[in-house]
Ligand binder design. Structure first.
Ligand SMILES: *Cc1c(COP(=O)(O)O)cnc(C)c1O
Length: 387
């Protein structure tokens, strides 16, 4: 395995986010070599006359492969830990939960977070005798202070929560879970590794759906888990080898290529989100605008203290389903689509999925990287058409 890092210290405060997005995890430059290694397409590798051994030459790509190591080195450096990459965000969440719980254990999950995480618990964990309790993001700190996490084996936070963008105090919950001997997992998808560093705040594992902003072009499925704990890392690496949720080389290579522009994309998305949140808040057709970096937002103070930078996800409420349909029919730049964090601006009426406890007119807007003036003008015209 090549020597990582070319002398730069990738911790925040040393290199900026733009430098880190491009250079994190890179090996020292080699004259005549490409700037970024090309994908290595192989399932088995030549063994030669040596038996395969752990830490030796590559043998079979389900366990690990060179392109995955390059991508993981980059993402891990942004997270401040060691990274394992997975085929999807849900494969990553599964790897962050299932190896660490068993019959009789209690897990605490957000009641208002990504809905498939709840489906994972209800559909796959409970039949093995793992009890799942659901706590709203805004109530988890109080639950921790009351001692409600004492008998938990694992606590998962999602902050900012998707889709309602509530924020909870990771460090405060981390103190309670550490005292209880429980593992704290943070779903950091909305924030991205540049926007928030859960490991530095005391989490045992940080998880991301890299399908979203980390890769950011709406053309990839990927996820990852990072940790500073070698035992947790080894257990999840075994899990991945046993269950086979390893991404292939093309996905890993494209993920690595895509994350090089994360800083640029986040910057434009945040500028767009700030303008869009103001526009929505001023519209009589809209209520309940949420963007954690907007002064006056219920999450503003905590987000400003805990997070490193904003992103492009905004939520708001229109009167109902018909008003959302009319808005989407009137806009030219805002596309009806789920997911978020991509280069295209999108609007998702969440109630149509039947999974979130939100009003029929609740929408999640994902601000892309189009020009701010164009997005605002187009959305303003569409809002105007609502009358
Ligand atoms: C999308 C998402 C996931 C799941 O990721 P996939 O890549 O779709 O499997 C998990 N958590 C959050 C917060 C998400 O937004």
């Amino acid at each position: 395995m090549s020597e990582r890092s070319w002398g730069g210290d990738m911790t925040p405060g040393s290199w900026g986010d733009g430098t880190r997005s491009v250079r994190a995890g890179e090996a020292a430059p080699v004259p005549g070599a490409p700037l970024r290694p090309s994908p290595v397409f192989a399932a088995p590798f030549h063994l030669g006359d040596q038996p395969p051994r752990a830490g030796g030459a590559d043998a079979y790509a389900r366990t690990e492969h060179p392109t995955l190591r390059d991508f993981e080195a980059a993402v891990g450096e942004l997270d401040g830990g060691r990274c394992l990459s997975f085929a999807t965000g849900m494969a990553a969440i599964t790897a962050a939960v299932l190896p660490f719980v068993g019959a009789g254990d209690r897990v605490v999950l957000p009641s208002d977070g990504y809905y498939t995480t709840r489906l994972l618990a209800a559909g796959e964990l409970e039949r093995f005798g793992v009890r799942a309790d659901y706590v709203p993001t805004l109530e988890i700190e109080a639950a921790a202070a009351r001692g409600d996490l004492q008998d938990a084996r694992l606590v998962l936070l999602e902050t900012p929560s998707n889709p309602q963008l509530d924020v909870c105090d990771i460090a405060a919950v981390a103190r309670a879970t550490r005292a209880a001997g429980a593992l704290l997992v943070v779903d950091n998808t909305t924030a991205t590794p540049l926007g928030q560093r859960p490991l530095a705040l005391g989490a045992g594992l940080t998880v991301g759906s890299d399908t979203k902003a980390l890769t950011g072009h709406s053309d990839l499925l990927l996820g990852h888990v990072s940790t500073t704990d070698d035992e947790l890392h080894a257990r999840m690496a075994s899990w991945r080898g046993h269950t086979g949720s390893t991404p292939g080389p093309f996905e890993a290579w494209l993920g690595h290529r895509s994350m090089s522009t994360l800083d640029l994309r986040l910057a434009r998305q945040a500028v767009n989100a700030a303008a869009v949140a103001e526009l929505l808040a001023a519209s009589p057709a809209v209520t309940g605008v949420r963007w954690p970096w907007r002064a006056g937002d219920p999450s503003f103070a905590l987000a400003a203290r805990q997070m490193l930078r904003p992103n492009g996800v905004v939520s708001a409420e229109l009167a109902g389903e018909a008003e959302v349909a009319a808005l989407l029919a009137a806009t030219r730049l805002w596309t009806a689509a789920t997911s978020f964090g991509g280069v295209h601006s999108t609007i998702d009426r969440r109630a149509q999925w039947g999974a979130d406890a939100v009003a029929p007119g609740f929408v999640r807007l994902s601000c892309g990287i189009e020009d701010t003036d164009d997005l605002v003008a187009d959305l303003a015209a569409a809002l105007g058409a609502l009358g």
